[in-house]
Design a binder for this molecule. Sequence first.
Ligand code: ATP
Length: 222
Amino acid sequence: MIVKKQFAVIGLGRFGGSICRSLSNNDMEVLAIDIDEDRVNEFSSIATHAVIADTTDESVLKSLGIRNFDHVIVAIGDNIQASILTTLILKELGVSHITVKAQNDYHEKVVRKIGADRIVHPERDMGQRIAHNIMSNNVLDYLELSDQHSIVELIASEKMHDKTLIELDIRANYGCNVVAIKRDEEIIVSPQATQTIVKGDILIVIGADNDVNRLEKNLLMD
Ligand code: ATP
């Protein structure tokens, strides 16, 4: 028997609501929680259960049996105090995995200290991805791996066409690694140095931010 993972989403704004919908669409068990009755009503037919609760109240979280959930997502954005207090209580109650949506760096620092397992900045991350995409039409996607490293998905520019990876020498010239090439439906994982790039190829490149930026500027822009 497959035991379904149990999720709880606290805060049903645009972000929390979207997580809740996606988890439910993927047949996951989801408890949707919000202090606002209208928001809870909106999710009563979407989530497995939807309850009105103030999650800054420890007794409320205890009575919901929150520590039995595999993963709790704290998506309270504007009320940073409520987000921090909720995270603290979840941690104290022994919830095994907590993801928090952070509003700013200060918020992130505090919830990290408390012990949140994952901290996300959806607006900041999406802003970065879109900025890279509009700076160069060749950049399809951009993902920050850490403060200093990222992965980019880019369309091979004319300068790259019909050249092998060794000829382009992306590793020596830019310190980046091509980890995969998407070609139509095919994905070439860990391509060899002798691999030729053809028109329409999409390269997945990993590297330090400075190096990735240099690659974007020099190899993509004519
Ligand atoms: P988003 O940016 O994701 O759209 P939002 O601006 O709609 O978010 P926020 O104020 O960031 O809303 O909060 C998200 C949700 O968290 C709201 O629906 C709000 O009612 C809920 N919320 C705020 N405080 C608490 C609390 N103490 N307990 C439970 N839910 C709360």
